[in-house]
Each structure stands twice: as structure tokens, then as C-alpha cells.
Design a protein around this ligand. Structure first.
Ligand SMILES: [Zn+2]
Ligand SMILES: [Zn+2]
Length: 365
């Protein structure tokens, strides 16, 4: 399927373009459907279902499921099961389904071309998603849905605009090939090319260029560090259309409970991620040295912008002390209330035991 669609995209599509020409409407639908596929994978499959970074209304889930099926990357259940293992076993050559340590080709597409044991979806990781009725329905009817969206929808649009073959080639084939490879870059390029501001414990990288192609998923170093944040590009200026889309959906009332990591935790990760000096000294090539130097300058800039680490720790301790004091006060208040209740109860008992006070006891009750 990958080979056939790729071959058609680089031969028949340009041939048809030069010999017959594509109508402007075919190009517009091609862009719209390509975007709908990509965003359904990033906002739906990835951030909503695989990581539960927010909750979505069924009116939003349904298009995610339809256009996600159109992206032809398997059902949500399969996709999320593999992706959760990717996060848990990241870089493990045997267990990570698309381990970047096995090279660009394997992490990009190779892992799907053969039946590797690591590529088998383990559904025990997605028991929570199996309870989602819409997700289960998509899983059960995945094949007819995928066929309908990939052939039926472009053919229908082509019939409406009077160019069925043109639409099948652009909105069908070329859209599918580009959609595939743009998303696959998240598993390959985003683990190989870019900087590692938050952690060097794994291969994930931050890269604005990869983000342009992947609807914001290029800030992958941040994502592997804080997978439960609905954003990947955490700074306001970082190109992450998925986070803007989810924000817009919240504004429309279709998304809620958007999860974010506290600011001080993010800054703490930046400060706690030192560049090993040995690496800077041992790197033989000037390119690697330049890369290391740029990363060091980047970190120095961040340190310059932040209050000193001691100040951050002092603030945290102050906050913890205040929280502790508030808790003790609350406990003391509840202990006092308990004593008052006991006293009242004792008084009631005394009134009851005292026969002469029966009337006043009744009025007390
Ligand atoms: Zn990854
Ligand atoms: Zn992820």
C-alpha cells in the first residue's frame, strides 16, 4: 500500500496535472483534507486519546474518528496502544515499537513493513479507551470507514465538481502519501534532529521546522518530558496549530479540562538538564561543537531570564510551608468543632438523665 500510493503520487499525479490540469477546487479540497487528517491524528488520536490531555464533546470526537480513519494509520485503539508503549519504553530497541535507536528508516516506516513483535498492539494498555463507545465503534468498522473516507469522499467531491479522477489523485492519493510521511516524521525526524532543552535521557528533540510539517508535534523533547500537557509547543510563539485548535474548541464548548504542567516544573526541567562537559570536549567535529555551543548559549540565555535556582527553591519552600500551615489550621478548626459537638452531646445526655429537666431537654433537642 505504501509503495503503490507513493508510486502513483510521483508518476500518475504529475502526469495528470500536466496533461489535464487540476481545478482550483481540487487543490483547495486537497489542502483541507490533508489538514483534517493531520489534525485528527495530533489533536484526536495523540493528545485526546493516547495521552488524555483534555476531554472532548462527541461532536468533536466524531470528525476526529472519521478523518483519523482517512489518514490510514489504523484505529485509535491500535494507534494509542502502540504510542503508549513508545512513551513507556522509549528508545528500547526491542520494546519501543518505533525505536529511533534502530535508525531513521525503521522509526519512519520500517516498523510497519514487517511483523515485528514490538509492533503488535497490546490492548491491555488501552482498557480505558475501550470503554469509549465511539472509539470501539471506529475500531469495529475501521476498514469500511477507511475505504469510504479514502475512496468514497474524494469520488463524491470529484463528482460534484466534475473531475472524479482529478479528485481521486489529489485528495485521494497525494493527500494520503503526504499525510503519512508528515506524521511519520514525528517518530523519525523528531527523535533525531533538533535540540534537547528539557531532557537528554531519551532521543526526543525540539525542532521548529519539524513542527511546521507535523501540526506542532515537532516540540517532541518537551512532549516526552511532559506528555500530559495538551500543548507540545509550550511557549506562545512556538508553532503548534494543534494547541491553538484545542484552545479554540474549548472556547466553543467542545473541549474541557485542558491539562497543563505548572510553569515552575517546566523551568525546573530546563535548569536540571545540564550539558555534560565531557560531550563538549570530546565531540570531534566542528559541527557537533557548534551544535553543543548553540545549546549551551541557549541554556545560558534561559538562566539569565530566570530567577536564580536558589530563589526558585526558596519560593517553593515558602509555598510548601504556607500550604502546611493552612492544613494545620484546617485540622485544628475541625478538631475544635469535634470538641464542641462532643460537649453538646454530653450536655444532651445529662439533660436526659436528669428527670426534673425532661421538659427543657426536649426543647433543647
Ligand atoms: Zn516520540
Ligand atoms: Zn505522545
Amino acid at each position: 500500500m505504501f509503495a503503490l500510493t507513493f508510486a502513483v503520487a510521483v508518476t500518475v499525479v504529475p502526469w495528470y496535472g500536466f496533461s489535464h490540469g487540476f481545478h482550483a477546487s481540487a487543490w483547495i479540497w486537497f489542502v483541507l483534507l490533508l489538514g483534517a487528517n493531520g489534525m485528527s491524528i495530533t489533536c484526536g488520536y495523540h493528545r485526546l486519546w493516547a495521552h488524555a490531555t483534555y476531554e472532548a464533546h462527541p461532536l468533536l470526537k466524531i470528525p476526529y474518528l472519521l478523518f483519523g480513519a482517512m489518514a490510514l494509520q489504523n484505529s485509535v485503539l491500535n494507534w494509542a496502544a502502540n504510542h503508549r508503549v513508545h512513551h513507556l519504553k522509549i528508545d528500547d530497541r526491542e520494546l519501543d515499537p518505533y525505536s529511533a535507536r534502530r535508525g531513521f528508516w525503521f522509526s519512519h516506516i520500517g516498523w510497519m513493513l514487517k511483523n515485528y513483535p514490538s509492533g503488535e498492539a497490546d490492548f491491555t494498555y488501552v482498557r480505558d479507551l475501550e470503554r469509549d463507545r465511539l472509539v470501539s465503534l471506529q475500531h469495529r468498522y475501521y476498514l469500511p470507514l477507511a475505504l469510504l473516507m479514502n475512496f468514497g469522499l474524494p469520488a463524491l467531491l470529484g463528482w460534484i465538481y466534475g473531475d472524479v479522477l482529478g479528485f481521486l489523485l489529489l485528495s485521494g492519493v497525494l493527500r494520503l502519501v503526504l499525510s503519512h510521511h508528515f506524521t511519520f516524521f514525528i517518530n523519525s525526524l523528531a527523535h533525531m534532529w533538533g535540540i534537547q532543552p528539557y531532557t537528554e535521557d531519551n532521543t526526543a528533540r525540539d525542532n521548529g521546522v519539524v513542527s511546521l510539517l507535523t501540526y506542532g508535534e515537532g516540540y517532541h523533547n518537551f512532549h516526552h518530558m511532559f506528555a500530559h500537557d495538551y500543548r507540545n509547543g509550550v511557549r506562545w510563539w512556538q508553532w503548534d496549530p494543534s494547541k491553538w485548535f484545542i484552545g479554540a474548541m474549548r472556547w466553543l464548548g467542545l473541549a474541557r479540562n485542558l491539562k497543563t504542567v505548572p510553569w515552575f516544573k517546566i523551568q525546573r526541567a530546563l535548569l536540571d538538564n545540564p550539558i555534560p562537559p565531557a560531550r563538549l570536549q570530546l565531540d570531534a567535529t566542528s559541527r557537533a561543537r557548534a551544535r553543543g555551543g548553540a545549546a549551551l548559549a541557549h541554556r545560558r540565555r534561559i538562566r539569565g531570564l530566570l530567577p536564580g535556582r536558589g530563589r526558585l527553591d526558596a519560593l517553593r519552600e515558602q509555598w510548601l510551608a504556607e500550604a502546611k500551615r493552612a492544613m494545620i489550621e484546617r485540622w485544628e478548626r475541625s478538631a475544635l468543632q469535634h470538641q464542641i459537638k462532643e460537649l453538646e452531646y454530653g450536655l444532651q445526655l445529662q439533660y436526659r438523665e436528669c428527670g426534673g429537666c425532661a421538659r427543657s431537654s426536649a426543647s433543647f433537642m
